[in-house]
Design a protein around this ligand. Structure first.
Ligand SMILES: CC(C)(COP(=O)(O)OP(=O)(O)OC[C@H]1O[C@@H](n2cnc3c(N)ncnc32)[C@H](O)[C@@H]1OP(=O)(O)O)[C@@H](O)C(=O)NCCC(=O)NCCS
Length: 200
């Protein structure tokens, strides 16, 4: 029988996470215009089944409020990604559906397309993974993505996640039912990647 590990993080405040090029910080209502620009950037919502179309400004405020609500409920953190030395939001990432009893959470992310393919989201998600496994003592981190989202699948596989299944026709979006790909990474696998120097 295993001893349940306790999370070291108490959700008293959203921590700042630093990577080589990025600062991950709390999202505020003053980020709405920049976050809208992320969703408006070419290709950004092509695979996001949460959006039928580019969200309206009022809907961005709802998403900011959602990010506060998940933190208040202690079920997640969504960070603003800012490119140092600036403070402008160029994307977001974080975890949600955190279930401390099961040592489980899911991750999500999106980046302004002007910044794609520079390794920035790999850097950000690696920082979120470190937070989840070290501070929340997670055992399993999961991610799902619309079938065909090659960029998201490549990112997850680069970071060591395994494709473990297909949720058949899990979402109804843009007039049709779509499959979701389900990925996961377990804590021992994460430690192995860190020890092998395969994560930033
Ligand atoms: C998915 C997303 C966050 C990736 O961000 P990014 O900063 O461009 O990713 P990285 O530069 O860190 O790339 C990670 C890996 O994925 C690969 N990759 C990135 N985009 C790719 C694409 N369009 N097709 C194939 N591979 C791709 C990269 O080559 C890299 O692998 P490598 O280092 O072995 O070459 C970005 O494309 C995005 O914001 N997409 C729209 C929102 C979205 O789909 N979010 C996910 C919802 S589940």
């Amino acid at each position: 029988m295993k001893t349940a590990r306790m999370a070291a993080f108490d959700f008293s405040e959203i921590p700042v996470l630093e990577t080589a090029r990025l600062r991950l910080r709390r999202i505020s209502p003053s980020d709405c215009d920049d976050w809208l620009a992320v969703f408006q950037s070419p290709g950004a919502i092509d695979w996001l089944s949460d959006f039928e179309q580019v969200p309206r400004p009022a809907e961005i405020l709802d998403i900011v409020e959602w990010s506060d609500a998940v933190f208040a409920a202690k079920t997640g953190i969504r960070w603003a990604l800012t490119l140092k030395p600036g403070d402008r939001l160029i994307g977001s990432c974080g975890f949600h559906e955190y279930l401390p009893t099961h040592h489980y959470a899911e991750i999500g992310y999106e980046l302004h397309s002007e910044y794609w393919r520079r390794g920035l989201m790999s850097e950000a998600v690696a920082a979120v993974m470190r937070f989840c496994f070290d501070r929340l003592s997670l055992h399993r981190l999961a991610a799902d993505t619309t079938e065909g989202n090659a960029a998201s699948a490549a990112l997850l596989q680069k970071l060591g996640f395994s494709l473990e299944g297909v949720l058949r026709e899990r979402v109804f979006w843009r007039g049709d039912h779509h499959n979701l790909w389900l990925f996961s990474l377990l804590e021992p696998e994460y430690r192995g990647l860190v020890e092998a120097g395969l994560l930033a």
